[in-house]
Design a protein around this ligand. Structure first.
Ligand code: DGP
Length: 138
């Protein structure tokens, strides 16, 4: 399957549809997951058109992990999270549902279960409030 330039994250990268952004540089964009598995769930998307880790260039991968580290640090601080989980799915068999590579940053608290993956939409005002805290912690 070839990269689909009309996938939802390509549309967000082009500004065709909105996202609650927390950080952007020339190679990556970070924004709030609309169906968060925990409050503070952020997605980091390389701007390169790659479906998965196998298609991403080494430079794209390096840029992505730098942004993942930056966002994970800010999420930990902003949410006062004792733990932060990083997730990156490749292929439908692995549970990937949007075929533009992305990294999940999800704050974790011991004993608090994650919500289901890509199931329940968050209220825009709640995403915006959390994003403001994360931006302030960058
Ligand atoms: P994955 O299964 O790893 O491909 O995860 C895709 C994630 O993207 C999932 O957690 C839900 C999220 N998501 C799906 N559509 C949108 C959208 O339109 N905007 C945002 N911000 N997130 C989305």
């Amino acid at each position: 399957m070839a990269y689909d330039p009309d996938n939802i994250f390509a549309k967000i990268l082009r500004g065709d549809i909105p996202a609650v952004k927390v950080y952007e540089d020339d190679r990556t964009l970070a924004f709030m997951d609309v169906m968060p598995q925990a409050d503070g769930h952020v997605l980091i998307v390389p701007k390169e058109p790659a479906q998965n880790i196998f298609e991403l260039s080494p430079d794209g991968a390096a840029a992505a992990i730098k942004t993942v580290q930056k966002i994970a640090t800010a999420v930990k601080k902003a949410l006062d999270a004792p733990g932060v989980m990083l997730v990156q799915l490749n292929g439908e068999a692995a549970g990937q549902s949007v075929f533009h590579i992305h990294f999940h940053v999800i704050p974790r608290v011991a004993g608090v279960d994650l919500k289901f993956h890509a199931r329940e939409m968050a209220a825009p005002k709640d995403l915006e409030a959390t994003a403001a805290k994360i931006r302030a912690a960058l």
